[in-house]
Design a protein around this ligand. Structure first.
Ligand code: NAD
Length: 693
């Protein structure tokens, strides 16, 4: 039963029941309308309370119905809301947990609302490139006030009910039993009086015109990339200026247009792809998870420290091992400093800082790791160093403990083979800063046991990471692709572009940072080390020599005050460097290349198509199980613009035929040998198919 019907003191209670968040699927919508009618017809019933459970009043539309005809089958959500608005007995929403999107819109259709103080209230539709489509833009400004509603709708961020306690949105915000409070309110309202309807209220504001003008300007800046925020402002302006039903029509029309916009399609692809990434084809619910109560981290450097914080943040104790006391002290001090910075910003209390620090057990010897359920190695990127660590872990770790490496480039199967329990080994490739970045590549070795993989995927969710499974290969999914992107960036310099032009073109496309600014941030010496290795490992892999020349000048990036750009002390502003630009131009002359003007369009195509081609190889090799996993890696770890949907989605949109044709054109140009279209891309392009199905 998707809605349970009970009665208490002459009040009907309709409790949504559609786990996990009481999504408003067709069955729930039908049941709500039918049970409302029953309650209205039953002479014993004086009023109606609608509620959910402790987890959720309702999380809104049921995402399992997205992209199916069910979502638009009557009664649609607007019809359900209209039915409640027309009820002749008082209706009260009792909100606990969360009321998001359509869930909040449903509550806004009732006469009264009672919420528990910590309930999360929000209209997050803008994050999917749409706007609330069931009256949210019209009713929330009337109930919560123009400024609060606009901020909630344009940002999509939820707020706690207690922060809205002074608005007309809630009749009562309570700490105790929300249903009891709602039943009491309903009984009181049943004694008579008008039935208030938000649709009849006015949006009150001393200077609505001025405020909306300001909001429109801010949204316009965002809207250069995607139209939803500006449409939200327009719909809210309609709530201020137009009669309710006309405002609803403005909202409806924008909703329909936005739903079809390429940006919304891309954002929804990203949303569903993240969920899909957690599903692994050969691992079902029957695989029992191992219990992770204590984690051990080996190495308290940049990564080890950040990795540790992830577990402390969710209350999992960590034993942190270093070889020397001073390295251990430095690692602990950095963790403490990070937490204290959060405390300064008001994100943590001083007490929380101490609680988290107290969860660390700093140690210098391996026997202290005996009771850890998961051990994560984060020592230097050197096979012999890792081998020594894993041999030790193999000796001390308890049976069933999971052994993970944070290696960026080494062969996880080889690491696993240094132990007598390769089935317990896998890679956990965190990104820097590991306490901030949401992406985690979980590297499945050829021997990794299913329950080991499933346990780590579940744990990743618990610590707030977006986990994507990668097979074993050099660079895994993300870095293997970025290497090709970096190579094209270098060739573009040889041929005629300068770093600032390449970065600007990439940033206009929507990348958070162009390749050269990114490299200056990460450290140019990292790529230098990789290229030196490549010279013996992969002599076929040709690179522009400009990046090596840069490093020979000691220009390692922001950390040395100069890289592809110059940086003034204490500043992060990238200033074009005459020294570097001259070096690039001289290098072209040495190569005998006549520099030419390269269009921004060509720059973007070459960067993005290089990602796509390597992505196609990765899919074909089975390193990624599905194209959408690759998109998730790029959306969450590499600053690929969310409204472009990820490289593989973008390729599908451009059309694989067109992508292939461009690659074949580039193959005839400078360093054309780098453009060997992946066989999978050729096959799909020739048969008119797409990467994402
Ligand atoms: P780092 O130099 O900052 O830290 C390494 C730490 O390990 C040092 O504190 C060192 O004292 C300690 N250590 C060395 N040998 C040890 C041993 N036998 N036992 C215990 N501790 C030992 O390096 P990092 O940047 O944190 O990198 C660590 C690992 O993470 C590497 O494999 C690297 O490839 C990987 N990684 C790094 C990044 C990054 O951006 N820095 C990103 C992803 C993965």
């Amino acid at each position: 039963m998707s809605v349970e019907y009970t009665t208490r003191d002459g009040v009907a209670i309709l409790a949504l029941h559609n786990p996990p968040v009481n999504g408003l699927n067709l069955a729930s919508r039908q049941a709500l309308v039918e049970l409302l009618e029953c309650a209205n017809e039953d002479a014993q019933i004086k009023a109606i309370v609608v509620t959910g459970d402790a987890q959720a009043f309702s999380g809104g539309a049921d995402i399992r119905e997205f992209n199916t005809p069910l979502v638009s089958q009557e009664p649609t959500l607007p019809s359900v809301i209209a039915a409640f608005e027309q009820s002749h007995k008082p209706t009260v929403a009792a909100i606990d947990g969360l009321a998001l999107g359509g869930g909040l819109e449903l509550a806004l259709g009732m006469n009264h609302r009672v919420a528990s103080a910590n309930a999360k209230i929000g209209l997050p539709e803008v994050k999917l490139g749409i706007l609330p489509g069931a009256g949210g833009t019209q009713r929330l400004p009337r109930a919560a006030g123009l400024e609060i509603a606009l901020n909630m709708i344009v940002s999509g961020a939820p707020v706690r009910a207690k922060e809205l306690a002074n608005t007309r949105l809630f009749d009562r915000v309570v700490d105790g039993d929300v249903v009891a409070a709602a039943v009491a309110l309903a009984a009181e309202k049943a004694r008579g009086g008008e039935l208030p309807r938000i649709r009849d209220w006015k949006v009150e504001h001393p200077n609505a015109e001025g405020f909306l003008g300001f909001a429109r300007m801010q949204a316009q800046a965002l809207s250069a990339r995607y139209p939803a925020p500006l449409k939200c402002v327009d719909a809210i302006a309609a709530a201020v200026k137009l009669p309710f039903d006309q405002g609803l029509s403005v909202e409806r029309e924008s909703f329909g247009l936005l739903l079809l916009s390429p940006q919304s399609q891309a954002l929804r692809h990203g949303f569903f792809s993240q969920r899909a990434a957690a599903k692994i084809a050969d691992i079902g619910a029957e695989v029992a998870l191992r219990e992770i109560q204590r984690v051990g981290v080996i190495g308290a450097g940049t990564m080890g420290g950040g990795i540790t914080m992830n577990f402390l943040n969710v209350g999992i104790p960590v034993t942190l091992l270093e070889v020397k006391q001073d390295a251990l002290d430095r690692g602990l001090a950095t963790i403490r400093k990070n937490y204290e910075n959060s405390a300064k910003k008001g994100k943590l209390t001083a007490q929380q800082v101490e609680q988290r620090m107290a969860l660390i057990t700093p140690v210098l010897t391996y026997d202290a790791l005996q009771d850890a359920d998961l051990l994560i190695e984060a020592v230097y990127e050197d096979f012999a160093a890792k081998q020594a660590v894993f041999e030790q872990l193999d000796k001390v770790a308890k049976r069933g403990a999971i052994l993970a490496s944070n290696t960026s480039t080494l062969d996880v199967n080889r690491i696993a083979a240094t132990t007598a329990r390769p089935h317990d080994v896998l890679g956990m490739h965190f990104f820097s800063p590991a306490n901030v970045m949401s992406l985690l590549e979980v590297v499945r070795g050829s021997a990794t046991a299913k329950d080991v993989l499933a346990t780590v995927m579940a744990l990743a969710k618990k610590i707030g990471k977006t986990a994507v499974v990668s097979g074993v290969c050099d660079g895994f999914i993300g870095n293997r692709m970025i290497e090709q992107y970096g190579r094209q960036a270098g060739f573009l310099l040889d041929e005629g572009a300068l770093p600032a032009q390449v970065d600007r073109a990439a940033e206009v496309f929507g990348f958070a940072m162009g390749p050269f600014r990114m490299s200056d941030l990460a450290g140019n010496d990292i790529g230098w080390a990789v290229r030196k290795r490549r010279a013996s490992e992969r002599p076929d892999m040709i690179y522009s020599k400009t990046a090596d020349k840069l490093c020979e000048l000691g220009r390692f990036g922001q950390k040395t005050g100069k890289g592809w750009y110059d940086y003034r002390p204490g500043e992060r502003n990238a200033r074009p460097s005459p020294e570097v630009d001259a070096m690039i131009e001289n290098h072209s002359a040495e190569l005998g290349v006549t520099r030419r003007k390269i269009s921004d369009e060509e720059i973007v195509e070459r960067l993005v198509y290089a990602l796509i081609n390597e992505g196609a190889h990765i899919l074909e090799d089975g390193i990624a199980a599905k194209a959408s996993d690759i998109d998730v890696v790029y959306l969450t770890g590499y600053g690929f613009p969310a409204w472009q949907g990820g490289p593989m989605f973008y390729a599908d949109r451009v059309g694989l035929y067109n992508v292939l044709a461009a690659m074949r054109r580039y193959a005839k140009g400078y360093q054309g040998a780098a453009w060997k279209p992946a066989p999978l891309l050729v096959r799909l392009a020739e048969s008119g198919e797409t990467f994402n199905r």
